[in-house]
Write a protein that binds this ligand. Structure first.
Ligand code: SF4
Length: 69
C-alpha cells in the first residue's frame, strides 16, 4: 500500500487465512518485519488461544491508532 495502511483498513497483502502474501519479500514494509512479538501481545496458552489473543491485541491497536481517536 504505497501510502501506508490506514488504521481500520485491511492490508491488501493479507490473505484470507490471515497470512501475509509478501512474508519474506523485501517489499514487505519494515514496520511489519521489525515487529517483535512480546508476551503481552500473544498471551499464553495453546497456539489457537495465543492466536486469538494476538488478533484481539492487533484489533485494539487498529482501534486506538485510528484517525480521530
Ligand atoms: S505483515 Fe504487513 S504487509 Fe503483511 S499482511 Fe500484515 S500488514 Fe500487510
Amino acid at each position: 500500500m504505497p501510502e501506508g495502511k490506514p488504521a481500520g483498513v485491511r492490508c491488501v497483502q493479507l490473505r484470507e487465512d490471515l497470512s501475509c502474501a509478501i512474508f519474506g519479500d523485501p517489499r514487505r514494509p519494515k514496520v511489519c518485519g521489525g515487529l517483535q512479538a512480546m508476551r503481552e501481545m500473544c498471551g499464553s496458552g495453546p497456539p489457537l488461544v495465543a492466536r486469538a489473543f494476538a488478533l484481539h491485541y492487533l484489533q485494539d491497536l487498529e482501534r486506538i491508532t485510528a484517525p480521530g481517536v
